[in-house]
Design a protein around this ligand. Structure first.
Ligand code: GLA
Length: 366
């Protein structure tokens, strides 16, 4: 479904559910990250791409009762009713509620809100379904009540909702890619300064996203444990952020107790991969970019320990079948891989992956 079709479909879903047309209809994309994983909450570099035609669309209107939020997911045929004064309850509507509270709490207390949403992003695929839901919620809330937030401010707010309301200690990459990124274009972001620049894509090559079939759950322990390990490594090394470190610090890093040494090494090497990745894109050097993806996956697997057997096997097969590079993308513990494939091989390559991995699914070619 194209984004235009999603907008139409979600408006129709709203009307079917609530018996009147929505007042505003918006969308926000998911993202795939190409290099620089878990570097964002360490002040490092990331290289995500907002996805074309894969995201969350929301239709919204004022509600029928003050303070009440009626949220309907047309994709999952699931309705949740919340009060604007509610706290988080580990439900999907937490993301919407947190965003409404962040920007239009007073307005919703007066008028209530209702909304329908559709998503074309599989949950737990590592493609930022949560960030897309947050950014779409903020866009809809702002449009409905005439508030103005810049794309960067929207990303900052969305991340704050996820950190402080939902309780997931993520960095800003996903919300930034969704809010600021142009779908189909790579974005290089310095998460410390929020300076960003678009990067060219690689002519004659495609990034292919394959869901392993193993869904991750980032609100479960693994992600928060990694964040805590990074803080512990910072304290032990006497630095404010792990991205303060560079290759010259490898001896000090190696002397840390395990697993902090491996965790810190991943941040330093993957940070450099993202930086070198920007240079490879700028030079149009697909082979170099592919090598960085391979290096990054090995670091995710051996140093950061966020891969699973299924994504490791997919990456190996991806390379054996002719990809120049492949790696697990996103928060990890399952989810998707992204592979760099020569354009003329994409069809055969995708067919071979599907044949070899019945649980896997090619989600997008960009
Ligand atoms: C999740 C988080 C991001 C980032 C990635 C890993 O997607 O939301 O902030 O940390 O994991 O790079």
């Amino acid at each position: 479904m194209t984004e235009a079709e999603q907008l139409q479909a979600v408006a129709a879903a709203f009307e079917a559910r609530f018996g009147e047309a929505p007042e505003t209809v918006v969308a926000a994309p998911g993202r795939v990250n190409l290099l620089g994983e878990h570097t964002d909450y360490n002040g490092g570099y990331v290289l995500p791409m907002a996805l074309r035609d894969m995201g969350v669309a929301i239709a919204m209107g004022r509600g029928s009762a003050p303070g009440v939020i009626e949220a309907y997911s047309d994709t999952f045929h699931d309705a949740e009713t919340r009060a604007i004064t509610d706290g988080a309850e580990r439900r999907w509507s937490d993301y919407v509620l947190g965003c409404l509270k962040a920007v239009v709490a007073e307005e919703v207390a007066e008028t209530g809100v209702r909304l329908a949403l559709i998503t074309t992003l599989p949950m737990g695929a590592g493609l930022s379904s949560s960030a897309a839901l947050e950014v779409a919620s903020l866009r809809a809330a702002n449009a409905l009540f005439g508030k103005v937030l810049s794309p960067v401010e929207t990303a900052i707010k969305a991340r704050a909702v996820e950190n402080d309301f939902v309780g997931m200690p993520c960095g800003i990459m996903d919300q930034f890619a969704s809010s600021v990124g142009e779908p189909g274009k790579v974005l290089f972001l310095n998460t410390r300064t929020l300076d960003y620049t678009p990067a060219p894509s690689l002519p004659g090559h495609r990034f292919v996203i394959v869901h392993s079939g193993v869904s991750h759950q980032l609100t479960e322990d693994g992600y928060a444990t990694r964040v805590a390990e990074c803080h512990a490594a910072c304290a032990a090394l006497g630095v404010g952020m792990l991205s303060d470190l560079g290759p010259e610090d490898m001896d000090r890093i190696a002397a840390l107790p395990a697993p902090l040494n491996r965790r810190a090494r991943h941040i330093v090497t993957d940070n450099r991969c993202a930086l070198d990745g920007l240079a490879a894109l700028t030079a149009g050097d697909a082979a170099a970019f592919g090598r960085l993806m391979i290096e990054s996956h090995a670091s995710e697997r051996d140093d950061y320990e966020i891969t699973v057997a299924e994504t490791d096997a997919l990456v190996e097969a991806a390379l054996a079948l002719g990809a120049l590079g492949a790696r697990q993308t996103g928060g990890g513990f399952g989810g998707s891989i992204v592979a760099l494939v020569p354009a003329e091989k994409v069809e055969d390559w995708s067919g071979a992956i599907a044949a070899g991995f019945p649980a896997a699914r090619v989600l997008a070619v960009t």
